[in-house]
Design a protein around this ligand. Structure first.
Ligand code: ADP
Length: 264
């Protein structure tokens, strides 16, 4: 608690009394702590790829690497780590834009069947590389009022996670349904299901936190930044929706997004 006092004077400049303000500053403190923790995390995450780029470039410049194959593999690492830096920076910028509300909602009716169709097309190449069967099950006549770019980012992030965390030859499905909740509100339910590695129960409540990963090495090798799901959660909340996860280790994972069909 913080106590501030100011003297109060009347029109004739005579002292009239004191005004005291008793403020609960825990919330403010907590926000400050969260912010400095985020900055520390960001710096750490950025330093790792930069150190790799610098180290391998130094080795190459030092002239110690004589055979071309090794040199190429070092260049490939430098390239991959630069790409990673790029993704990190763009995710961090997205997150900060969303959190500081500099990203106004641009609602318009979206025809879900054609919209999801184009998203599946985008994902097809990545899925094919891993021989993952990508299915879509979308009712033909369903529309939702949404911010199209943000909705695309939600689905692309969930689908690319599903593909990343599923072994070769697995299955990924995007399923959309209409639903009326207990209060009679029309909703759209979007499910992204995979037959992948699953998420341990103890980690499930934390995966929407920034930079939280179940398996750091695995996330890194799949090119993850650890920010995807926290961006997704923010974008779902901007649409006044909810997201939840249901997962069984070694069996697979389903992310469920519920969005109101119309925005008030
Ligand atoms: P990342 O960039 O590491 O994928 P995300 O924020 O997208 O970061 O996801 C956080 C963590 O949640 C991942 O590191 C991974 O451990 C886990 N995860 C996300 N989606 C899935 C999934 N479909 N199957 C298994 N684990 C997942």
């Amino acid at each position: 608690l913080q106590l501030d006092g100011v003297p109060m004077f009347g029109e004739d400049d005579r002292f009239k009394g004191m005004l005291f303000l008793l403020q609960n500053i825990t919330a403010i403190r907590r926000l400050e702590n969260m912010r400095s923790e985020f900055v520390a995390n960001v710096s750490h995450e950025l330093k790792t790829p930069v150190a790799a780029v610098k180290g391998f470039a130094e080795t190459l410049l030092g002239g110690g690497v004589k055979d071309e194959e090794t040199a190429r593999s070092f260049l490939q690492i430098i390239y991959d780590e630069s790409e990673r830096l790029n993704r990190l920076i763009s995710d961090i910028l997205d997150l900060s834009k969303i959190e500081s509300r500099r990203s106004p909602m641009d609602y318009a009716p979206v025809h879900l069947a054609s919209f999801c169709g184009s998203i599946i097309d985008t994902m097809a190449t990545v899925a094919e590389k891993k021989r993952i069967a990508l299915h879509a099950d979308i009712p033909e006549e369903l529309f939702i009022e949404a911010d199209e770019d943000k909705l695309r980012q939600i689905l692309l992030n969930l689908l690319s996670n599903a593909v990343s965390y599923t072994q070769d030859g697995g299955k990924v499905e995007l399923k959309v349904r209409e639903l009326q909740d207990a209060e009679g509100t029309e909703k759209v339910v979007i499910k992204v299901t995979d037959t992948g590695i699953g998420i341990p129960k103890k980690d499930q409540p934390r995966i929407f936190e920034r930079f939280y990963r179940v398996d750091k090495a695995r996330s890194r090798s799949s090119g993850g930044t650890g920010l995807g799901l926290s961006i997704v959660k923010h974008l779902v909340e901007l649409h006044h929706g909810d997201i939840s996860v249901d997962s069984e280790l070694g069996i697979g994972t389903t992310f469920t997004v519920e969005l109101p069909m119309l925005q008030e």
